[in-house]
Design a protein around this ligand. Sequence first.
Ligand SMILES: [Zn+2]
Length: 389
Amino acid sequence: MIELLFLLLPVAMAYGWFMGRNSIKQNQQTAKQDLSIKYSTGLNYLLSNQQDKAIDSLLDALKVEDDSVEAHFAMANLFRKRGELDRALKVHEHLVRLNHLPTKDKQQAVFELGKDFLSAGLYDRAETMFTKLLKSKDYGVKSLSYLLKIFQSTKDWQHGIDRKKLIVKYKDKRLLHTLANFYCELATTAFEQDQFIEVIELLEQALLLDPNSCRANWLMAKIYESHQQCELAAKCYQAIYHQDNEFFPDVIDQMLACYTRLDALEEFYSFIKMVYDETASSGALICYLSYVEQKHGKKKALEFIVSALKRRPTIRGFEHFVNMQMTSTDGPVSNTGLDLIKELISEYLKIKHRYSCRTCGFNSQIHYWSCPSCHEWEQLKPIRGLEGE
Ligand SMILES: [Zn+2]
């Protein structure tokens, strides 16, 4: 009998533990039920299109439970996406005011609030929010990036430059690239006022921040040329090729003018030949052909272009070839067929976009330093391929 009692003891203990656990569960259940009532009321309001009442009800639920913070961020972002900024603001402001939120959530709320203000065009208030987060581990770089966007919209280049120390500290390539372009903007203004030393200093700063800034070298070449320092300008053009060979075809004409003034055309054409060998660009090809023609005659030039087009056919190269044929003194070719082909190709090239944004795909006939569509800097480059460079 006693053995039976001993056998039952663990069973009794297990029962007690089970019952106790159930009562804790019950308390949690009541809190959860309370919360879920507030939530379902909120959702009902949302579904019946009474958004403001829904927000109040859902914000009320937030006072009870921290687990729902993520849901509130999601809700507010949804409002912002739908353009209902006042509602997004209301939720984010509420989150910022909650004292018991962990620092990370609080910072996220301040960051999102900044984005709300930015979407609403309230730059001053957005700037205040992002400035608060500059030293945050999670939001420092992102906030700086938004601040630079604000300064870009307001053309407040100096304000961006005031943040240089922090940007350099973060070593974020995109931020450095953007800031380099702020320096280029100031340099462009100084260039218009012909402040030689200031322009050079600003561009040197730009190149320190972003050694790949073609724009800085392009401007530097211009100011050197306008001050009769063609040798230095020539170095800048060469640097552009090494920085970004996709952008380079656009500076070939300016570079030719520069080397003509230097009386160093042999050096120029050997550089262009190297560019052509390395990139097969049609701009470099057409430029180099004029040298071949001057030096070795039209026949050699024609042979050169034929083999080049076989290697890499492009419409621009093809047009040049037709043009050479038509103006050939020793050749027979001047029939209406060729005229027509040339006309068609010229027309086609006229309507073709010359530049495309490497970031967002925006196409344009003219060049912009900052893409009109995505506002990224130095992303508009000559289109390559059959119809391009
Ligand atoms: Zn773009």
